[in-house]
Design a protein. Sequence first.
Length: 133
Amino acid sequence: CDGLPIQSHVSGDDLLVRMDIEASQNLNDVAVAVMLQNLRGVRLVTSWTKEAGFHVDLRAGLQTIICRFREVRFRPGHQFSASLWMAGPDVIDSVENVQSFQVVASEEDQHFSLSADQGPVLCHHSWSMAVST
């Protein structure tokens, strides 16, 4: 990761969200969340430091926090955006649609439909015929 904003995400790759946070004072026990949503605002994936057991204390000044979503398989052809949220006892900051990106097919996902009518999330799955007795 070179730290530059992405314009596209390859389905199945890790997706890193890098947040540069400048605090005007020390803030202890801060909760940070990242939401990935479609362009209609439907949240598809969230990560919250409290749920992950990742303790965040911010010191006055600039620091960087990185959230890694592993093997994100969104359907190629769809667009998504990331939103950020941060709170102590009260909400400190909330920024919607910080970055949007187009999903492109990986070699593994090239056979999937690009139709917007199809669901945006890809999961490993299989089909079989039930044997009649």
